[in-house]
Design a protein around this ligand. Structure first.
Ligand SMILES: Cc1cc2nc3c(=O)[nH]c(=O)nc-3n(C[C@H](O)[C@H](O)[C@H](O)COP(=O)(O)OP(=O)(O)OC[C@H]3O[C@@H](n4cnc5c(N)ncnc54)[C@H](O)[C@@H]3O)c2cc1C
Length: 337
């Protein structure tokens, strides 16, 4: 049996700390509960939304419908050979608990993704990534249920259409499925990815090169750069890094001293959205109850009891400045509900 709550406060369930309420809130601890809950929602023709850890959502206001939280737990070994172990993980497992568990067992592949907030079920949705590694590098398959038919599905990695902060779950399957489990293939003989940002430099403080120390270094860097949502509400990077034509960078290089970019293909490059925002003078700026973080221009923060609309107003103002100065469109990474 699933639990259902009415007029439910979501403030502690979203890392922005927006004080929104849902008409109904359901926590489903098993696939059977989830199916039963969806059936109830459909029978009553409620609008509804799946919430994981609430670290990539912004509630515009109260939610007139049902918020469903898959709270399916469990980390189980499903396959092992000389080189790999496959783990089947419940959607409700906290992402960083999984990383810690894998690192403690000496299983490599996700250590660079340490301390990313949120649930395992959401990890394939936007293909979470950090420090040169993405969830897609270790996801073997994703399991869940189709909302329409309540039938189960299993999608192998190559069917998930993973891209930069993107997947089939944000496109073709958006609103059509709920992820119940993710199967990760982790390595007993890890390959280290340390040449991203200042990770290699930070690692020197921790001694030997191993996944436990990579995790420590990533945590140290993240703690020094990113605001802790428990202290300052935020949803991490608010915008995606825009992918643009290389000719645009060549034009920008005539006007700006140093334009940072990462090649994506022969014609396309990725521009750091944080740099674009900083160049427009937004870093550290505060407008009433919201602002742009002083250390990281990509992170919008809730200083004190802001509304979702306050954040959206700031985000639109930033987008307009970046468009005016660079002719680049910033796309939001955060899901607006
Ligand atoms: C401080 C901070 C740092 C961050 N750093 C990073 C980073 O380095 N890299 C990165 O990629 N992201 C980062 N994020 C963003 C966020 O942590 C990830 O997007 C994370 O995967 C969101 O997980 P969640 O469980 O909180 O999802 P939610 O925010 O609850 O939901 C996000 C989306 O996924 C959908 N969803 C959630 N669970 C399911 C499910 N089981 N089935 C179907 N749909 C589902 C929701 O409907 C929603 O559309 C950061 C966020 C914060 C606050």
């Amino acid at each position: 049996m699933y639990s259902i709550f009415h007029n439910y406060c979501l403030k502690s369930l979203n890392t922005f700390g927006i004080d929104a309420k849902a008409d109904h809130f359901i926590e489903a601890k098993s696939v059977a509960d989830l199916k039963e809950a969806i059936k109830w929602i459909k029978d009553n023709q409620f609008q509804w939304f799946v919430l994981g850890g609430g670290s990539n959502v912004l509630f515009k206001g109260d939610y007139k419908g049902v918020v469903v939280k898959p709270a399916i737990l469990g980390i189980d070994d499903v396959y092992e050979d000389e080189q790999y172990v496959s783990l089947k993980v419940g959607a409700g497992v906290d992402w960083d608990n999984l990383v810690e568990y894998a690192v403690n067992r000496g299983l490599g592949g996700i250590e660079n993704l340490s301390l990313i907030p949120g649930s395992v079920g959401a990890s394939p949705i936007q293909n979470i990534g950090a420090y040169g590694v993405e969830a897609k590098d270790t996801i073997e398959r994703v399991e869940g249920i189709y909302i329409d038919t309540l039938k189960s599905f299993m999608l192998a990695n190559d069917g998930c259409q993973f891209g930069y902060r993107d997947s089939i779950f944000k496109n073709e399957l958006k609103g059509k499925v709920v992820v119940t489990h993710v199967i990760f293939r982790l390595s007993k003989t890890p390959k280290y990815a340390i040449h991203y940002g200042n990770l290699e430099e930070e690692l020197k403080q921790f001694g030997q090169l191993n996944i436990a120390n990579i995790r420590k270094a990533v945590i140290a860097i993240r703690n020094s750069k990113l605001p802790d949502p428990k202290e300052l509400g935020n949803a991490g990077s608010f915008f995606k890094n825009p992918v643009v034509d290389i000719t645009l960078v060549e034009d920008l290089q005539k006007k700006f001293d140093k334009v940072p970019y990462y090649p994506v293909s022969n014609e396309l490059v990725k521009l750091p959205a944080g740099w674009l925002i900083e160049q427009c003078g937004w870093k550290g700026k505060r407008i009433g109850k919201v602002g742009v973080h002083k250390m990281q221009a990509l992170v919008l923060v809730n200083y004190e009891g802001c509304s979702g609309d306050d954040v959206i107003y700031l985000a639109h103002s930033i987008r307009e400045s970046v468009m005016e100065k660079f002719n680049v469109t910033l796309e939001m990474e955060v899901n607006i509900i």
